[in-house]
Design a binder for this molecule. Structure first.
Ligand SMILES: [Zn+2]
Length: 256
């Protein structure tokens, strides 16, 4: 069985003490690939050095996270462009709109999201969307830029059934993580209606650890617990969830 963590920030300082062990535990739990979405200029170098240390396991993305869109967004966006011109990345991410934490830079967030979708098109790369309290704004940008199916992930998907269907119709896969193990989150019911054919697995480490680790630091090994819960929801073997989600991740990101 091969699992993929399509969204993991294990380059952050939360893992400075034991990163090697974290990767070892991931491998022991059949998590063979760990994809690394960038956050901003401060995370790019630690992320890239991790990717260089584990070239067959850790794959970097490049992008500016919506919560890092501030007054200096143009400088940050220029750095993203500069990195993209210098080396290979597996995707653009994570990008999007977050109106939960702060609405001050809403217009700038929309602009930066739209510009990074154009970068994804320019480089022929998939992109990873962070949407928080922003589904209408996200879909508006996606519709404005639409020119044939997209390739990418709705990361930490938390929408309703209709939003899931709309995302899938545009070509996206839905990233499912620890929230699916939370009682009363309702995500189990939503994905049950949507089916598991369009899902990929992710942790969003160090955030959103699944039950029974809820509230603690998340890590890529816990993909196993997430896969197990999804298998329960669909009443299938975990191997079937692993097979479909890994195939989807390979299809989107093109690794082998
Ligand atoms: Zn993330």
């Amino acid at each position: 069985m091969i699992l993929v963590d399509t969204h993991s920030h294990i380059f952050l300082e939360e893992f400075d003490e034991d990163r090697k062990l974290v990767i070892q535990r991931a491998l022991e739990n059949n998590v063979k690939k760990i994809l690394l979405p960038n956050i901003d200029s401060s995370s790019a170098e630690p992320m890239l050095s991790l990717a260089e240390e584990y070239p067959d396991i850790c794959y970097p993305m490049m992008g500016l996270h919506p919560t890092s869109v501030k007054d200096n967004w143009q400088d940050e966006l220029n750095l993203v462009k500069s990195w993209l011109s210098k080396r290979k990345f597996i995707g653009i991410g994570e990008i999007g709109i977050d109106l939960y934490w702060d609405k001050t830079f809403k217009e700038q967030q929309i602009r930066v999201f739209s510009e990074q979708i154009k970068l994804a098109k320019k480089y022929g790369l998939p992109f990873v969307i962070h949407a928080r309290d922003s589904f209408p704004e996200i879909f508006k940008v996606l519709e404005d830029n639409y020119s044939g199916l997209y390739s990418g992930i709705f990361h930490a998907f938390s929408g309703n059934e209709q939003q899931g269907l709309d995302a899938i119709k545009m070509g996206f896969k839905l990233g499912i993580g620890g929230v699916v193990t939370f009682k009363n989150a309702g995500l189990d019911k939503t994905i049950k209606k949507l089916g598991f054919e369009h899902l990929v697995l992710e942790t969003d480490s160090p955030y959103l650890a699944p039950v029974p680790f809820r509230g603690k630091r998340n890590e890529s090994a816990y993909i196993y617990n997430i896969a197990q819960r999804i298998a329960e929801i669909f009443d299938v073997e975990i191997q079937e969830i692993a097979k479909t989600s890994t195939k989807n991740a390979k299809e989107v990101f093109g690794f082998d």
